[in-house]
Design a protein around this ligand. Structure first.
Ligand code: FES
Ligand code: FES
Length: 189
């Protein structure tokens, strides 16, 4: 009786196939040779050293790995690196600098929108896409936009407030001050 499977050792490729991808990451053109199965999250972290993109679950659940691809939030643990060939990717490293924070980063700082910070890059990039589409969101709009991003330690109240703070700042209005925050936290406790 013949076997159902025949191992074809002689024809097996000797090297792992690679594809060349060229991606614009945070405004800079980057080129890499990648295995077709490589996830975007791993190209960013291990390939380009952009470790601000976090991986929490690798199952499209937590949103910690969220980056923007052509301005759209994408869970980078769910996208292949080769799919970004010719596209633009924005990671948290492209949002602002330590001396010149993006208003969303300022909002998270001012409104205490983080504790451990693990979810924060994904939260901020999702918020960035939201505010570009909807500069004056309601609280419900923010909650809906962030519904694919999980936070295990801060709770969502201050995260939502951080995004609303940033929306005001980006529209040139004075955001709520810290006194409001202190009161709100005391009420929530
Ligand atoms: S690591 Fe991608 S969604 Fe959790
Ligand atoms: S700040 Fe810790 S998981 Fe969100």
């Amino acid at each position: 009786m013949s076997s159902l499977f025949e191992e074809i050792k002689d024809e097996a490729p000797e090297t792992t196939p690679v594809r060349r991808v060229t991606v614009t990451v945070n405004g800079a053109r980057r080129t890499a040779d990648v295995e077709p199965r490589l996830l975007l999250a791993h190209l960013l972290r291990q390939g380009f050293g952009l470790t601000g993109t976090h991986t929490g679950c690798d199952t499209t659940n937590c949103g910690a790995c969220t980056v923007l691809v052509d301005g759209t939030p994408v869970k980078s643990c769910t996208m292949l690196a080769v799919q970004t060939d010719g596209h633009e990717v924005t990671t948290v490293e492209g949002m602002g600098t330590a001396s010149e924070l993006h208003p969303i980063q300022e909002g998270f700082k001012d409104e205490h929108g983080l504790q451990c910070g693990f979810c924060t890059p994904g939260m901020m990039l999702t918020a960035k896409a939201l505010l570009e589409q909807n500069p004056d969101p309601t609280e419900d709009d923010v909650r809906f936009a962030l519904s694919g991003n999980l936070c295990r330690c801060t709770g969502y109240q201050n995260i939502v407030k951080s995004v609303l703070w940033a929306a005001k700042k980006m529209q040139g209005e004075a955001p709520a001050d810290d006194a409001d925050h202190t009161t709100a936290v005391a009420e929530e406790a």
